[in-house]
Design a protein around this ligand. Structure first.
Ligand SMILES: NC(=O)c1ccc[n+]([C@@H]2O[C@H](COP(=O)([O-])OP(=O)(O)OC[C@H]3O[C@@H](n4cnc5c(N)ncnc54)[C@H](OP(=O)(O)O)[C@@H]3O)[C@@H](O)[C@H]2O)c1
Length: 275
């Protein structure tokens, strides 16, 4: 039986919580600090931020205020596109540590596969990993062809690939590839940025279990063995999203949800992204 503390074992044996809080678009200061505190109080042990979100200092404050021990919370951050390259990544990483006010990260991700730069960025990640500054190194928004290039140039296999993934974008091919290479897939925009909450099939399944659409979607991610990081800054929703460990979707309902795939993205496509 899964619980809010359930962890997945990454390819380097580090254990990562399967469920956590995303904080994209949570404003730095009280908004993000309160969200992180509320989440930790509700039992969350994973927080997903990025230098691009400009709220790392507020995340760090929330972790501190909560009183949780550093080793009991799993913190992920990401290097932004304009910081990619060897030296610039090392500098950006130091800034991230300072903003969060921590001595190490549990997971550091390359935010997007910037062509011509991500291999140098990964060399910096290798150094940070070897020196123990990051417990695990991973990527985000990498397609199969990006991963192939990375694997051909490094013996450090990413522990995680964080990609847009939800019932309308099930990413089966990429998930199969990652599973073969022992790369854990983590779902971003797991609720489709909120766009899937009025989907009639999801509403129908939710009613059947006496749960909300958000809870059914989060459960779908968990039962697909994905790491899932729904974002909310609303205290009741933070609690609601964590209340997903007292029911199990039947295989039949999992299949129904799996069939909602339309390869629809609410965010940018990794091969055509512009920032
Ligand atoms: N690596 C990447 O490139 C990348 C890209 C995007 C996101 N991410 C990560 O993934 C996380 C999650 O993705 P996301 O923020 O894009 O979208 P999401 O988690 O799919 O959806 C968040 C939206 O849904 C609302 N919401 C959350 N729980 C709800 C509930 N129970 N009922 C009704 N509405 C609810 C939130 O509103 P309120 O906050 O107002 O409650 C917010 O507007 C991000 O925060 C970030 O950490 C990574």
């Amino acid at each position: 039986m899964k619980t809010i503390k359930t962890r997945v074992r990454l390819n380097n044996r580090v254990e990562m919580p399967q469920f956590g809080l995303g904080v994209y678009k949570a404003e730095n200061g009280m908004e993000v600090t309160n969200a992180v505190e509320a989440a930790i109080q509700a039992g969350y042990t994973l927080i997903d931020t990025a230098s691009f979100y400009q709220n790392e200092s507020g995340v760090g404050a929330g972790v501190k205020n909560s009183g949780i021990n550093r080793e009991d919370i799993f913190i992920t951050s990401k290097v932004w596109n304009t910081d990619q390259g060897y030296e610039s990544t090392l500098n950006a990483f130091q800034k991230t540590l300072k903003e969060l006010d921590v001595e190490y990260l549990d997971l550091y991700l390359i935010h997007w596969p910037v062509e011509g730069r991500f291999l140098d960025t990964w060399r910096a990640f290798e150094k940070l990993y070897e020196e123990g500054y990051i417990k695990a190194a991973g990527v985000s928004n990498f397609q199969i062809h990006h991963l192939e290039k990375l694997l051909a140039n490094s013996s450090l296999v990413p522990a995680v690939n964080q990609v847009e993934l939800h019932p309308r974008l099930t990413q089966i091919e990429l998930r199969n590839y990652c599973s073969e290479k022992k790369i854990q897939v983590e779902s971003w925009s797991p609720l489709g940025r909120g766009n899937l909450l009025k989907e009639p099939t999801i509403e129908y399944v939710a009613k059947k279990y006496g749960k909300t659409p958000a809870q059914v979607i989060i459960r779908w991610h968990l039962q697909n063995e994905l790491v899932v990081i729904p974002k909310s800054v609303t205290p009741e929703r933070i609690v609601e999203n964590a209340n997903v460990f007292d029911f199990v979707l039947s295989q039949e309902d999992m299949n129904v949800l799996n069939q909602l795939n339309m390869n629809e993205r609410f965010g940018q496509h990794p091969d055509h992204f512009k920032f």
